[in-house]
Write a protein that binds this ligand. Sequence first.
Ligand code: ZN
Length: 330
Amino acid sequence: MKKRANLCKDLEVNNTMIRKTNSPNVFNNPNKSGQAMDRRDMLRATGAAVLAASAFPLHWVSAAEKKKQKVLYFSRSAGYEHDVVKLKDGKPSISDRILTELGKRHGFEVVCTKDGRVFDGDLDQYDAIAFYTSGVLTKPNKAKTPPMSAEGKKKLLSAIAAGKGFVGFHAATDSFHSKGPRNQNQTEVDPYIAMLGGEFIVHGAQQEAIIRAASPKFPGVKQFGKVQKIKEEWYAFKNFAKDLHVILIEDNEGMKGDCYQRPPFPATWARTHGKGRVFYTSFGHRDDIWTNPSVQSIIAGGLAWAMGNVKVDVTPNINKATPRASQLKY
Ligand SMILES: [Zn+2]
């Protein structure tokens, strides 16, 4: 329990730090009374600096006492391969690097792989499993990375139901599509989609969308703010689970493209799957989305919650937050 509270605190402190360092007022400009920085600001700033320099947050139990948490980041593409998951000359992708960096900042280790055989191995060692995938992952791909076995897929879903955290980024909803017409909701969905809580249909041209917060207490949302206009490749979804806790809403107002001519729908959400915690965000196509501090807050918050470090109410709110989410056209 001690660790939970502190990881959450660390998240907040780090994000405060990001905002403070971006703000010229704190470090350069004198305040109204002419003093450069009051004592409280000074303490806050130096405290934040200590945190930034150390892999472990203040007050955290030492590595010798407690095992460091571990996230498995699986980015195999059996369909379209996004730039942000591509290895460059064998070097880690930008999403590999940013997740690893977030892990250093918040005290967990990230294991990056495209080898589907990992799901036949020991999944107990991971506190959460993150996906940025595409296509049917049990099938071969162009890059010839080993596929998941059918057993591996079952093992993954059972591990989540038994209590493991799962985090999906962007194209995670573009894996294991449900049978039936692409542009319709299905009555029966693939078990992976049922776990994840939504399924990718299509996207239009990259453009700005209005993203509204629907769950102010979910970790990272405070730092994100109430509403933002953000440029991204925005996904359109179907087959939403009825028990989604919507975190961010995509407001399609003014967007160009047929797939966005529909009522607002969830873009980032959480749900519980048996004893497991599932978080998904449609963020993640563009490089500048991965480097955006407010998006990083959402990602770090989702990971912290999925790993069980932060407790927050995820009562289903889809009917209230996005009542017409399943209406695919106006
Ligand atoms: Zn994309």
